[in-house]
Design a binder for this molecule. Structure first.
Ligand code: NAD
Ligand code: ZN
Length: 255
C-alpha cells in the first residue's frame, strides 16, 4: 500500500476547479481500504480454493446455486461490516463541489451511497438486491441472513443476486448513462480499477477521445496508460482527500 500522496499537478487541480461536468469511474480498489477484497486479491478462508470467475457466472449458479449463493452471503456479511473509507467520502464531497458530477462504479458493495454520494450509476448492480434467475421480472428484498438460495415469489424458480455476472451484458440504462457522462465530462477520474473488465474499461478512452482530461488514481500500473494524461500512483484513500481538498480551496478562490 502506498501511503504518500504523489504531487498533484496544478493543471489538474485547475481543470477540476473550473469544470462544470466531471465523471469518475471506480473499481474494487476504492473499497480495498475498507477491508473489502478486490477480485485480484487472493480470496481468504473458506473461499480460497475458488476463483471469483468460477463463482460469478450464470453457469456456476445454474449448476450449484447453493454454493454460489453462500459465496454472496459471505460477501454481503463482509460488506455489511465494512465502513466507507476516506476515498469514498472524498468522492461524495467532490459531488457537492462540481455542478454535474457522475459517479460510475463497478463496485456492488453500496459503499459510495453509504458515504453520501447521490448520483451513482451502479454499473455492475448491487450485492443486496435480488432478482429472478429465470427472468420473470421479480425483484425482491430478502431478509438477511439467508443461508439458502430463496425461491422467486413470481414463478417459483431461484432468486439470484442483483449483480452483473461475467459474460452478462450491462443493463442498457446504466450503460447509456455512463457513456453519456464519459462523453460530456471535462475531467474523467479512473480510480482503483484494473481496467480489464469491459465495457467499463472502455469508458476512459471514450472520455479521452471526446476531449476530457483522464486522470488515473491507482498504486499499480493498469491498462489505462494509453488514455490517462495524468497518473497519480497512490491509494485512493490518500490521494482523493488531498485532491478534493485542493479543488475545494481552488473553487473558493475563483468566485
Ligand atoms: P480489480 O480487482 O480488477 O482491480 C482492482 C484495482 O485496484 C487494481 O488495479 C489495484 O491496483 C487497485 N487498488 C488496490 N488497492 C487500491 C487502493 N487502496 N487505492 C486505489 N487503487 C487500489 O477490480 P475492478 O477493476 O473493479 O474489476 C473487477 C470486477 O470485480 C468488477 O466488475 C467489480 O464488479 C468486481 N468486484 C467488486 C468488489 C466491490 O464491490 N467492492 C470487490 C471485488 C470485485
Ligand atoms: Zn421468477
Amino acid at each position: 500500500m502506498t501511503h504518500a500522496c504523489p504531487p498533484l499537478p496544478g493543471v489538474l487541480v485547475d481543470r477540476l476547479a473550473g469544470a462544470r461536468r466531471v465523471a469518475a469511474l471506480t473499481g474494487a480498489g476504492v473499497s480495498a481500504e475498507s477491508g473489502v477484497p478486490t477480485f485480484r486479491d487472493a480470496q481468504s478462508g473458506l473461499w480460497a480454493r475458488y476463483r471469483p470467475e468460477e463463482l460469478a457466472t450464470a453457469a456456476a449458479f445454474e449448476s450449484d446455486p447453493a454454493t454460489v449463493w453462500s459465496w454472496y452471503e459471505w460477501r454481503r456479511d463482509l460488506v455489511a461490516a465494512a465502513r466507507p473509507n476516506a476515498g469514498h467520502l472524498a468522492l461524495a464531497r467532490l459531488e457537492s463541489l462540481v455542478p454535474e458530477f457522475t459517479l460510475i462504479t463497478q463496485n456492488v458493495d453500496g459503499l459510495h451511497a453509504r458515504a453520501g454520494s447521490r448520483r451513482v450509476i451502479e454499473f455492475h448492480g448491487n450485492l443486496f438486491t435480488n432478482r429472478c434467475f429465470a427472468g420473470c421480472g421479480e425483484v425482491t428484498d430478502v431478509p438477511r441472513p439467508c443461508p439458502e438460495p430463496p425461491r422467486c415469489r413470481g414463478c417459483g424458480g431461484w432468486l439470484r443476486p442483483g449483480v452483473v455476472w461475467f459474460g452478462e451484458p450491462i443493463p442498457q440504462p446504466a450503460l447509456l448513462a455512463a457513456q453519456a457522462a464519459a462523453l460530456e465530462c471535462e475531467v474523467f477520474l479512473a480510480v482503483g480499477t484494473s481496467a480489464q473488465v469491459y465495457p467499463a474499461a472502455g469508458l476512459a478512452s471514450l472520455a479521452q477521445r471526446a476531449g476530457a482530461l483522464v486522470v488515473e488514481i491507482n498504486p499499480a500500473p493498469t491498462g489505462l496508460d494509453g488514455a490517462a494524461a495524468v497518473t497519480l500512483p497512490g491509494a485512493s484513500g490518500v490521494v482523493l482527500p488531498a485532491l478534493v481538498e485542493a479543488v475545494r480551496v481552488a473553487r473558493g478562490t475563483r468566485q
